[in-house]
Design a protein around this ligand. Structure first.
Ligand code: 2HG
Ligand code: ZN
Length: 471
């Protein structure tokens, strides 16, 4: 357990503003937003600089005190919460929130880890650039966490995952050393690519304190449509039509189920379906171009008209204003919140090859319905990159605790289907505390052994985010 003298020494480094010890202050940091894990901690450390953090981590290493790095605490897999016994300290990156540099010629943003993704996007936009990463929780999620979990989100189909945007990193290592790798080079072929080791490591190898991110050109034309479709198969046909027209124009291609949409319409104030009739599934498609007159609206109209004529699409609406565009996106982005308000849910953040998405949904649906009669299947997500949130809502009127106690049975059944399609059991949310038990099955043998050796080499005292990622 962290001793009073350790906490006093930490206070001497970070000051009163940098240390929370009162249980009412630490409570929000001890629980994940899904309320799957209710941990406990004797202190939350909020350093203002990487130097302060490094000194704190050195003390933790010397005393063998485990630390849990935390950004916006939006993890879907309990990756940022401390355990229940109170032995772990939480390190919040919230005060590491400076934008250090933005260079529109180099197209780079050098930014500290506590800046929210939304604030980082705004900074890029103000300089006439685009930070091409967008996730539903971007208002709270912080850059450090986004990189630590290699977030994906809505624009992976075009720009890749968080990993693809990182040119450089600054990391506080488990012994309290600061590694300054904040290079902004497009070419730098100098040995092992260490930054990519930390991206996706979920805080188990160190704490990311700053990053250099690649920017893209700001879109000058954007066109968004919401379409009602009969099935995921129809959604896939629509996707291939957009691909045939211009694959580079597709910014996002998101799938939603009719049931998920009904949760949004029921629970999210102001949510309205902008179509005349409801549909079994919906697609949100966004096209974008850095050219001002790229003809995207005409292209959207043309593809949708053909799709309507051939019954691939049942109904469609093209946003006519920024406000309508935002309203359509809101229907997609509020899916998690609506699902939470509807009741208990078990999430499967999985990916399969894009061409297999419809067959996967069909088979996984049948599997879950056979496993728990009345279970409500709510698949949605990033169809354009093959990442489906195959979420399951408790049967109406059932007991939430009873349902959640079956989470492993549900996840394992879904994962069997994922495996049959050569997919992944975690596409963009990471492993956290929820999924380490799956690692031996999916990444066992040489791969997991190598990960264990890397962990032992970089964090021999095993103080960084224990119990996460590795079984
Ligand atoms: C999204 O795509 C997020 O909105 C959350 O990744 C998905 O709630 C979920 O399962
Ligand atoms: Zn997602």
């Amino acid at each position: 357990m962290p001793t009073t003298s350790l906490l006093d020494a930490i206070r001497a480094i970070v000051g009163d503003r940098g240390l929370l010890t009162d249980s009412t202050d630490t409570a929000p940091y001890s629980e994940d937003w899904r309320r799957l894990y209710q941990g406990r901690t004797s202190a939350v450390i909020r350093p203002a600089t990487a130097q302060e953090l490094a000194e704190v981590i050195r003390l933790c290493a010397e005393t063998g005190t485990p630390v849990v790095p935390q950004g916006g605490n939006t993890s879907m897999v309990g990756g940022a919460v401390p355990n229940e016994d109170g032995s772990e300290l939480v390190v919040s990156t919230a005060r590491l929130n400076r934008i250090r540099d933005l260079d529109p010629t180099d197209m780079t943003l050098t930014i500290e880890s506590g800046v929210t993704l939304k604030a980082a996007q705004t900074a890029a936009a103000e300089a006439g650039c685009l930070l091409p990463l967008s996730i539903s929780s971007e208002g709270s999620a912080q850059i450090g966490g986004v990189l630590a979990v290699n977030a994906g989100g809505n624009n992976t189909v075009r720009y890749g995952n968080a990993r693809d945007l990182v040119l450089g990193l600054e990391v506080v290592l488990p012994d309290g050393t600061i590694w300054n790798g904040l290079r902004r080079l497009r070419k730098d072929n100098t040995g092992y690519c260490l930054r990519q080791l930390f991206v996706g490591s979920e805080g188990t190898l160190g704490v990311i304190t700053a990053a250099v991110l690649k920017l893209a050109s700001q879109p000058r034309e954007v066109a968004v449509a919401l379409c009602g479709v009969a099935s995921p198969e129809a959604a896939l046909s629509l996707f291939t039509r957009f691909q045939a027209h211009d694959p580079n124009a597709i910014n996002a291609f998101e799938l939603m189920s009719g049931l998920g949409m009904s949760f949004v319409l029921r629970h999210i104030p102001g949510a309205v379906l902008p179509l005349e009739t409801s549909a079994p599934f919906y697609v949100l498609v966004e096209l974008a171009s850095p050219r001002p007159n790229a003809g995207l609206h005409a292209m959207l109209e043309q593809v949708l008209e053909q799709a309507l004529n051939t019954a691939i699409v049942q109904d469609a609406v093209i946003a006519a204003s920024d406000a309508q565009r935002a309203a359509i996106w809101r229907l997609r982005e509020e899916h998690s919140e609506a699902q939470k308000r509807e009741g208990a849910s078990v999430k499967n953040d999985v990916s399969v090859p894009v061409s297999k998405v419809p067959a996967f949904i069909r088979q996984a649906t049948a599997t879950c319905e056979a496993l728990i009669p009345g279970i409500r299947v709510v698949p949605f997500g990033h169809m354009g990159d093959g990442n489906i949130h195959f979420n399951l809502e408790q049967p109406a009127g059932s007991d939430a605790a009873w349902f959640l106690a079956r989470d492993h049975a549900i996840m394992d059944a879904v994962n069997e289907v994922v495996q049959a399609f050569d997919g992944s059991f975690s596409a963009e949310h990471g492993i956290g505390r929820l999924k380490p038990y799956m690692m031996p099955d999916w990444r066992g043998g040489a791969e997991l052994a190598l990960m264990q050796r890397i962990k032992a080499a970089i964090d021999p005292g095993r103080i960084m985010n224990p119990g996460k990622v590795l079984p």
